[in-house]
Design a protein around this ligand. Structure first.
Ligand code: KG4
Ligand code: ZN
Length: 343
């Protein structure tokens, strides 16, 4: 079964052909990020216009790379939300037209649930799973008893983890997107200070870390970084690298501490990292170590970095494992697989 995935929720235009939910035949991503570097963030109107320009060539390239024709596609998976409405519309309307003319089903996919399925493209996690979705707009902890049975047990109260990376990067004079830029600058710090411990990297607050729930708050970090930057006349490149390492450590620490608390409570067989922030090497390394030290039996899954950030292969995979078929006319009326709140 070959699913054509289409993902246009933000500034990436992506199409992928995935066989049986696990085998990526092709995955093509065009990004308008370069346009947004100039403004330090996304302007929705510009992102939507870039989607219009890129989508058909991206779909064509995905089909060519998979060595198939449109007629060989069995169904179409498309992100219906959450995301920027102008960008989403380009993908959904294109999917509707293809579904209408090819007379094949269209499967609407929630972008956040889709992110989790990057883990099925790299491995086969066992249920029950606990999934941490850390993207530019969301930080959600989701308990997954089976495909289609999802319950949110925690979320950010304000900024998302990716947003915290993006906003603090801007304060430090680093480009958009902030996560990879902060990671790169922090790597320079770790090269010069290979033995730097977590104790030394505790300049910034870890909000809500001790709270007896699974929620996060990242807006205070932004304020703390702003104060730190304002307290200096100018920042040298080495000071900036240290601040980048400090920011990264604060975000990584709270994500891991709260996730471990949830693992202790729910004892899942698998813990699934997903979303753009899951591409962060420090998060993966420290999470692996913390889980090992905790002696909990849960297995950690982290998709390879290019599957963590926005692409259409996980959208196609999610649709394969959750094939609730919706008549194309009702795509917006039936947003499939939203995550229920609280167990
Ligand atoms: O999932 P994603 O590609 O798009 C959304 O659905 O939002 O996530 C984008 C977010 C951005 O905030 C970006 O700064 C962050 O993921 N990100 C990273 C890394 N790569 C992307 N954050 C930390 N480290 C990275 N290596
Ligand atoms: Zn995403």
């Amino acid at each position: 079964m070959k699913v054509l995935g289409i993902e246009t929720s933000c500034d990436e235009t992506a199409a992928a052909v995935v066989e049986n939910g696990t085998n990526i035949l092709s995955s093509v991503v065009a990004s308008s990020a370069e346009i947004h570097v100039k403004t330090g963030g996304i302007i929705p109107e510009q992102a939507a216009r870039a989607q219009i320009q890129s989508l058909l060539p991206v779909i064509e390239t995905a089909l060519n790379k998979a060595s198939i024709e449109l007629n060989d596609v069995d169904s179409i998976a498309v992100t219906t939300g959450p995301g920027l409405i102008g960008s989403l519309l380009v993908g959904v309307e294109t999917a509707k037209v293809l579904s209408f003319f090819l007379k094949i089903p269209i499967i609407p996919v929630n972008h956040l649930v889709g992110h989790i399925y990057a883990n099925w493209l790299s491995d086969t996690p066992s249920f029950p799973c606990l999934a941490l979705v850390v993207s530019g707009g969301h930080t959600d902890l989701v308990l997954m008893k089976d495909h289609g049975e999802l319950n949110k047990i925690g979320a950010t109260r304000d900024d998302a983890a990716g947003e915290a990376f993006d906003k603090t990067a801007r304060l430090l004079g680093l480009p958009y997107p902030g996560g990879p830029a902060i990671e790169k600058d922090a790597d320079i710090y770790f090269k010069i200070n290979p033995n730097s411990s977590s104790q030394k990297l505790n300049l910034f607050p870890r909000p809500m870390i001790e709270k007896n729930n699974f929620d996060w708050s990242f807006s205070g970090l932004k304020t703390a970084v702003m104060r730190e930057v304002e307290s200096k006349h100018s920042i040298t490149t080495s000071e900036r690298s240290e601040l980048a390492a400090q920011v990264q450590e604060a975000i990584v620490d709270v994500l891991i501490t709260k996730s471990l608390k949830a693992i202790k409570k729910y004892k899942p067989k698998s813990f699934l990292l997903s979303g753009g922030v899951a591409a962060n090497k420090r998060l993966k390394k420290k999470f692996g170590l913390a889980l090992k030290q905790s002696k909990l039996k849960t297995k950690l899954y982290v998709p390879e970095p290019k599957l963590c950030t926005d692409n259409a292969s996980y959208i196609a995979s999610c649709a394969f494992f959750n094939p609730s078929i919706t008549p194309w006319k009702n795509v917006y009326a039936n947003p499939q697989l939203t995550i229920s709140s609280s167990v």
